[in-house]
Design a binder for this molecule. Structure first.
Ligand code: UDX
Length: 441
């Protein structure tokens, strides 16, 4: 059992703190956002993450997990201080490290015992060295026995607890192997491969992993666009590819592309690091361009089907950047809605979890209570996020209530043949232009 301080209670910090507590450690989670901490103390989660409320409640009740805004309280006797604060994108894509700096300086000001500082936030390569310098400078000659360890997270929103408790691997990097080994002991009970390397390599594993996953998605989206012209079905292509062990089946779902708080930020940051250091990230640039273009393609399909988007009513199903989360950061749906509105369309939308988040960023969108309300009177219906509850919609009702029965299935969720047989003009992604968009007969 160890005493752990986690700085930052976003989905990485809160999941990390709750899971470490669940493994038997004593964890204090700190955030500078008083409202967020007060809500956490009342058992109210700041994010929708399946299973989070239960694991937090259970460990708070067992006295292993607590929340505070007070740094001295959070750091008291801590053996490990995990920095899990946000590293938002700056103007050119570089990661903004102001919150990392604030956490590091607070540690330097308050800790007078041996401590291991663990970078959990996704930080540019070299940040581990920088954090050590920040702490040393802040100590201004006062000795402190500390080491910095990079421990990047590989949590997916919507499955973050599972990803923490059953990781494919734990990656640790440090200039001091014994410090990394002490952090490794926190993960031993998870019985997964634990890789110990140097700081910069560990930081790069994170960026390279996310950039590769984003590349896979942009790759299959490019293949989808070619399939549309050649009359092939990209879902079947992906299935055939995925049977090759070297390729594997995951992250080959063509659609509206990737969004969220990680891929866009991390791919941009990696490209920025490359440019800063004199190399040209041509593949990463193409990966981002393809991703942006996926949003435009679905708008073009709707415009072509309707002749114009001006004064048209378009229904959008799903606003979160993916199912099982309320997170709308960089959600493809938001970009599509802005493109639709720029062409004069008025948009109605519904999402099972993200309505509250969406209300503040979509002032002109009519937010509906159900998918059927979205479809009422719509000239086109666009599926943006493949929530389970959209899988079995009653299209008989939708056929009756839409003004024109045009469907843009941006995540290949529905059966095109069935919908065409019902009289819909059905568009999808990468499923052969010979069938894309034509009604039956
Ligand atoms: C990602 C990484 O998976 C995770 O390891 C890292 O720690 C954080 O970033 P996350 O952003 O939560 O996790 O979601 P993920 O499930 O990876 O999906 C990212 C985006 O890609 C979503 O917008 C999703 O819709 C899209 N996606 C995913 C596809 O378009 N096609 C796919 O096949 C898979």
């Amino acid at each position: 059992m160890s005493r752990i301080c986690v700085i930052g209670t976003g989905y990485v910090g809160l999941v990390t703190g709750a899971c470490f507590a669940d493994l038997g450690n004593t964890v204090v989670c700190l955030d500078v956002d008083e409202t967020r901490i007060n809500r956490l103390k009342s058992g109210i989660m700041p994010i929708y993450e399946p299973g989070l409320e239960q694991i937090v409640d259970q460990n708070v009740r067992h006295g292993r997990l607590s929340f505070t805004t007070d740094y001295p309280e959070a750091l008291k006797n801590a053996e490990f201080a995990f920095i899990a604060v946000g590293t938002p994108s700056g103007v050119d894509g570089e990661a903004d490290l102001q919150y990392v700096r604030q956490a590091a300086e607070s540690i330097a000001d308050l800790v007078e015992w041996p401590i291991i500082v663990v970078n959990k936030s996704t930080v540019p390569v070299g940040t581990g060295d920088w954090v050590a310098e920040v702490i040393t400078r802040r100590r201004n000659g006062r000795p402190l026995d500390f080491n910095v360890v990079s421990n990047p997270e590989f949590l997916r929103e919507g499955s973050a607890i599972l990803d923490f408790m059953s990781p494919d691997r734990v990656v640790l990097g440090s200039l001091h192997r014994e410090a990394a080994e002490k952090v490794a002991r926190l993960y031993l009970s998870l019985r997964c491969p634990i890789m110990i390397t140097d700081l910069r390599t560990a930081e790069m594993v994170k960026y390279a992993s996310n950039a590769f996953l984003a590349t896979r998605i942009s790759f299959i989206n490019e293949i989808a666009n070619i399939c549309e012209e050649l009359g092939a079905d990209v879902r079947e292509v992906a299935r055939g590819m995925g049977l090759d062990k070297r390729i594997g089946p995951s992250f080959l779902d063509a659609g509206l592309g990737w969004g969220g708080s990680c891929f866009p930020k991390d791919v941009k940051a990696l490209a920025h690091m490359a440019v800063l250091h004199g190399t040209h990230p041509q593949l990463l640039q193409a990966v981002m361009d393809i991703n942006r273009n996926q949003r435009r393609r679905v708008v073009v399909k709707l415009r072509r089907a309707l002749g114009t988007l001006d004064q048209k009513v378009i229904g959008v199903l799903g606003l979160s950047f993916k199912p099982n989360t309320d997170d709308i950061r960089e959600a493809p749906a938001l970009e599509v809605i802005h493109l639709l509105e720029n062409e004069g369309a008025s948009v109605r939308a519904y999402d099972p979890q993200a309505m509250q988040a969406a209300a503040s960023v979509l002032p002109r969108v009519r937010l509906c209570e159900t998918a059927y309300e979205v479809a009422e009177g719509a000239d086109g219906l666009l599926l943006a996020t493949e929530w389970n509850e959209f899988k079995q919609l009653d299209f008989g009702i939708i056929r009756q209530t839409m003004r024109t029965p045009i469907i843009m299935d941006s995540r290949n969720l529905w059966d095109g043949e069935q919908l065409r047989a019902m009289g819909f003009t059905y568009f999808s992604i990468g499923r052969g232009s010979k069938t894309n968009g034509h009604t039956q007969g």
